[in-house]
Design a protein around this ligand. Structure first.
Ligand SMILES: [Ca+2]
Ligand SMILES: [Ca+2]
Ligand SMILES: [Ca+2]
Ligand SMILES: [Ca+2]
Length: 120
């Protein structure tokens, strides 16, 4: 009886792990300038060097972590939800997303020189 319970618990855990893996995507660019597009999953995007444009505004209700890395990047996380993080990194980076208003949470902007067109 006990063994069956343990086996079911192990199986449930494996299913949970698989589900997490299925709903997260790693997207890595190159050292050149390029345009990267998000997927409909929770993305980890690294654009690496170059003046990159990262479009993570296509699918709402996901959590995208976008790293511009080196270069003057444009990071778009203005997808209608407030659970994204834009890391500009080195260079003059333009980040576009949802700002917090009325004390609510907004997207997180780290090392962005411009947010929604406004110099920081
Ligand atoms: Ca996404
Ligand atoms: Ca790049
Ligand atoms: Ca957003
Ligand atoms: Ca950058």
């Amino acid at each position: 009886m006990r063994r069956v319970t343990l086996m079911l618990a192990a199986m449930a855990m494996m299913v949970a792990l698989f589900a997490i893996a299925a709903y997260a995507a790693d997207i890595t660019g190159t050292e050149d300038t390029e345009t990267l597009n998000e997927s409909n999953k929770n993305d980890q995007i690294h654009a690496l060097a170059g003046d990159d444009t990262i479009n993570a505004q296509t699918y709402p209700n996901d959590t995208d972590r976008v790293h511009g890395n080196d270069g003057d990047d444009t990071i778009n996380v203005n997808d209608g939800d407030t659970s994204d993080i834009a890391y500009g990194g080195e260079g003059t980076d333009k980040c576009n997303g949802e700002l917090s208003n009325f004390g609510g949470n907004g997207d997180e902007f780290i090392s962005c020189e411009f947010i929604n067109g406004v110099a920081q």
